[in-house]
Design a protein around this ligand. Structure first.
Ligand code: DC
Length: 223
């Protein structure tokens, strides 16, 4: 049987890096599904398409070829064959991704691609709707979170390390805005699946979070 692990949770809960480590320990791939929404958001921004214009965004999503590959240094994300991995982490693209992910047809499209990839290969998928929609029959389902202040603190430190000058207050404000948009959108809002296990990392180290998830995976695999 396929080994598929779903990890959902809010902005900056550490999903991506934790999912990366969990996948490495299990010897399987990690699909960062947010990167696909980011690739669409980036393209809209680059082409000057208003992200509030649902019709135009849905059209763009249908035409656009978004793909991923897994290399030694992790996942690479492509738009029409161009590697955009280094371009999709800016605050502008984050907000654009959050906005385009509200549209039902965009989600349908992305979910289909993600389901195909997960059916072909054992993988850990991280996102917002993996346990609720993409993989309702995942081997293990995790809802990874931490307090808003702790998530903002981690994001702030990450941005400082990258030489960005945003203040902690700005980072917290941005995070609250994205939380609100992700949790209150009408289509597939972020929520914990009833059968997902909550892992709150507010007081956990990175390694402790990884170990907690591996334990859940093992229990579900053999239990
Ligand atoms: O995980 P992330 O921050 O890279 O995701 C960017 C945006 O994409 C996020 O604001 C919500 C959206 N997203 C989603 O709606 N569903 C997913 N499975 C992954 C991301």
């Amino acid at each position: 049987m396929r080994l598929n692990v779903g990890i959902d949770g809010p902005v900056s809960a550490g999903k991506s890096s934790v999912a990366d480590a969990v996948a490495a320990r299990l010897g399987i791939l990690h699909l960062d599904t947010g990167a696909m929404y980011r690739a669409l958001g980036l393209t809209a921004v680059r082409r000057g398409i208003d992200v509030q214009d649902e019709e135009a965004i849905v059209r763009l999503c249908r035409e656009l070829k978004v793909s991923v590959s897994h290399e030694a240094d992790g996942q690479h994300t492509f738009v029409e064959g161009e590697d955009v991995t280094g371009l999709i982490r800016t605050p502008e693209v984050s907000m654009a991704a959050s906005t385009v992910s509200r549209y039902a047809d965009v989600r349908r499209n992305m979910v289909k691609i993600q389901q195909q990839l997960a059916a072909e290969t054992d993988m850990v998928l991280d996102g917002r709707d993996i346990c609720t929609t993409v993989l309702p029959n995942a081997t293990a389902k995790i809802f990874l979170t931490a307090s808003q202040e702790e998530r903002a603190r981690r994001r702030y430190l990450e941005m400082q390390a990258k030489g960005m000058n945003d203040t902690f207050e700005q980072v917290l404000e941005e995070l609250k805005k994205r939380d609100d948009q992700d949790m209150n959108r009408p289509v597939e809002p972020l929520r914990q699946a009833p059968d997902a296990v909550l892992v709150d990392t507010t007081n956990l180290t990175f390694d402790e979070a990884v170990d907690a998830i591996l334990k859940i995976v093992e229990a579900n695999r053999h239990g």
